[in-house]
Design a binder for this molecule. Structure first.
Ligand SMILES: Cc1cc2nc3c(=O)[nH]c(=O)nc-3n(C[C@H](O)[C@H](O)[C@H](O)COP(=O)(O)OP(=O)(O)OC[C@H]3O[C@@H](n4cnc5c(N)ncnc54)[C@H](O)[C@@H]3O)c2cc1C
Length: 488
């Protein structure tokens, strides 16, 4: 039966859900509080520079291909992709780096150069990771987290030990070189928790990294938002921006619409892709499923301090994606997860898309985005932000051997307070609820409300978890539940 569906928010999960629901014949409208679509994947353009404000790594291209194929389309119908070579570079000190190439063969050679004998171990490690990828990404993550039984299949039964061991243990059992260990632990940071708290089964992220590679959508990640928006509109989805949803209307324990600027908008179904915790605040207390104490106990993925910087010259010795792992990984992760505080010496990530495409910066200049992961909920002040900008500029100059700070001609920052005010993010988290063992699949906040009929949730705080590919899957799962399909 054709339904009228109101979707809160326009992140990747909402855009994906909207397309599936429209394809099923429903009347679908997206209500986004901000002026632009795409949620955390915003674009900033100023003084001739362009920055992706949120995601910059395009991983798991097969998930995007599967999404577009569900509509009889190809990814290339909406945007062009380029495989990056190098995929990324990791600095461990001054002039000391490892470059990750675009093929497994190149990466294996780089490992062998660093630690003799490691190439064979890496081949074996990636083979297992690929096996997990095939089980997880082709099947398990497309299950809606309704019951623990979803996780029990012939393939997972043989892997049960990997749910109780951790990435950290598995990597250390094979590799002793600290640089190689850091590189192998890096991909699980996308899942939001420490490698020592992430189940070993999640090493499928290493296959995504080394086996599938890192891609760059032409003109940046925002091209994906534009592509998905075009598809949704082609399917008849109505998209409205500057629409802050103030309340979800309930009658007889059923969601019957939303309120925007005091006006009641009726619908048969409400689906929210806004931060899960925030969505529940749009309900009267008695209709909320999870208490403040519940959220307080959860391991959130980190927040971040971001800088979008225009430089008045070309910056040398940087790859499109560059990680600065020249300080103690453990000390920084303690400051995120164990004893939340601003890290003494932060690890940081830099993205220089103008290394790949000229459209990001005027000729002879460079656009750089810098990201420092932080514990959510920390005090965020302009002074702290400036301190950390200085810290990372000093390190960048020292490690890459050049002056950069005096060439800054544009700078903007984004941090915890902005995540809260712009996206209604719980404690200013950047990418949702972490994937730890106790926060996996059916143990995550549910896609379907247990207290209110016709109310559904999607996005990075529910199933399957943080990241753009999981957001696409989350949208599909929520749409499937609305259409009464439990395994799609
Ligand atoms: C800095 C950063 C870097 C990242 N890097 C990567 C990366 O490289 N690769 C990767 O795969 N992932 C990355 N991620 C994670 C990825 O971007 C997210 O997991 C994904 O975009 C989340 O999508 P979503 O649909 O769950 O929600 P969101 O993007 O959070 O969208 C929710 C939307 O709801 C809107 N909203 C909130 N409240 C209301 C309301 N009351 N009324 C109306 N609208 C409302 C918000 O404005 C927002 O647009 C990164 C995230 C960040 C922040």
């Amino acid at each position: 039966m054709k339904k009228n569906i109101a979707i809160i928010g326009s992140g990747f999960s909402s855009l994906a859900a909207a397309s599936y629901l429209a394809q099923a014949g429903n009347d679908v409208t997206i209500y986004e509080k901000n002026a632009t679509l795409g949620g955390r994947a915003r674009k900033l353009s100023a003084d001739g520079f362009t920055f992706d404000m949120g995601p910059t790594w395009y991983w798991m291209p097969d998930v995007f291909d599967r999404f577009f194929a569900d509509f009889g389309k190809k990814t290339s119908d909406y945007y062009a992709l380029q495989k990056l070579d190098p995929a990324y570079r990791v600095y461990f000190g001054k002039n000391e780096h490892i470059t990750i190439g675009d093929t497994l063969e190149k990466i294996i050679a780089a490992f062998e150069k660093e630690e003799s004998g490691s190439s064979l171990k890496l081949k074996e490690f990636i083979k297992k990771a690929q096996d997990n990828y095939n089980i997880a990404i082709k099947d398990l993550v497309y299950r809606p987290g309704l019951s623990p039984l979803e996780l029990i299949t012939a393939s997972t039964a043989r892997k049960i030990g990997q749910f109780f061991s951790t990435i950290s243990k598995e990597v250390r059992a094979e590799f002793t070189n600290p640089k190689l260990i850091s590189i192998l632990e890096f991909p699980v940071l996308f899942l939001g928790a420490k490698p020592s708290r992430t189940p070993a089964f999640y090493n499928f992220m290493n296959y995504a990294d080394f086996g599938l590679g890192t891609f760059h959508p032409k003109t940046g990640m925002y091209a994906v938002v534009e592509g998905m928006t075009s598809l949704a509109k082609e399917l008849g989805v109505e998209v409205r921006t500057d629409q802050n949803v103030e309340k979800i209307l309930i009658e007889n324990k059923k969601a019957v619409g939303i309120v925007i600027e005091g006006e009641k908008i009726k619908s048969d179904i409400v689906l929210s892709g806004a931060d899960y915790h925030h969505t529940e605040t749009l309900l009267d207390q008695k209709y909320r499923q999870y208490s403040e104490a519940y959220w307080e106990k959860k391991t959130m993925a980190p927040s971040a301090l971001l800088f979008y910087v225009g430089f008045d010259k070309k910056i040398e010795n940087m790859a499109h994606h560059t990680l600065f792992f020249d300080v103690d990984f453990e000390a920084h992760s303690k400051a995120i997860y164990d004893r939340p505080e601003w890290p003494e010496e932060p690890l940081f990530y830099a993205s220089f898309p103008s290394k790949t495409e000229n459209c990001f910066a005027p000729e002879g200049k460079e656009a750089g985005t810098f990201l420092i992961p932080l514990a959510p909920g920390l005090r965020d002040t302009p002074k702290l932000r400036e301190n950390y900008f200085d810290k990372i500029m000093v390190r960048l100059e020292k490690i890459t051997g050049q002056e950069v700070k005096e060439y800054v001609i544009f700078k903007n920052s984004f941090c915890i307070n902005d995540f809260v005010s712009e996206y209604n993010s719980y404690k200013g988290n950047a990418y949702g609820l972490a994937n730890t063992l106790m926060q996996t699949a059916f143990l995550r906040p549910k896609l379907k409300s247990g207290k209110v009929e016709n109310l559904f949730f999607t996005g990075q705080l529910t199933v399957p978890g943080p990241g753009v590919p999981p957001a696409l899957i989350s949208g599909k799962l929520a749409a499937g539940l609305i259409e009464n399909k439990t395994h799609i």
